[in-house]
Write a protein that binds this ligand. Sequence first.
Ligand SMILES: [Zn+2]
Length: 247
Amino acid sequence: MSVRPLSAVLLSCLSLAAWAETPHWAYEGAHGAAHWAEIDKSYSECKLGHAQSPIDIRTAKVDKNAPALEFAYQPKPLALVNNGHTVQVNEAGAGTLTIGGHVYQLAQFHFHTPSEERIKGKPYDLVAHFVHKDEAGKLAVVAVLFKVGKENTALKPVLDNMPIAAGPEHSVAGVSVNPADLLPARLGYYHFMGSLTTPPCSEGVSWYVLTTPVELSRAQLAEFRTLYQHNARPVQPLNGREVTERL
Ligand SMILES: [Zn+2]
């Protein structure tokens, strides 16, 4: 059980309240994941939904016809937001993901620790969620799993510039990041239909969890955890959903 100093919790809630309009939710305690649906009517899908994320991927059916993930990302000046739940890198204009001819724009990526996704019951140390949106507003999220190992140089500028307190977007002068540098070399994936893993837990999200993890150093993981020690929603029931795999 991790405990943040009360003063830090109060500070983050106060600074969040100063600019955010969404009702307060958290990962632990009275506003934790088990209670999200009670916090606001618009969060009811968190409890009533039948295709929620994250999930524990225990079995997957290999799909020889599954389309490749075609990333066309480019470097963009670093713009970060600490939204009180995670650190998010805003990526409007940083490129596209094309899946079977369907084009999505990259909107942002953000982190959870430990990974929300479990593979055969086991979480990874960290996950990055790359959130993409198509013209109709449909979401495709690519999850990149991280395990402790070598230092990740692509992650360094993000970790070095994380805003300590929740607040509006913070642009970092003179620093560019190419989100492509955070992807593993192999792009095999698990695919399933799910939801946002934070309130309002909206469904209809196409999930692609890359099967090849990348690495970050223990010090880098600790650096992220100075802001967020645990920001992962528990796994949700599959309810008959099938997970497919592209090798
Ligand atoms: Zn996420």
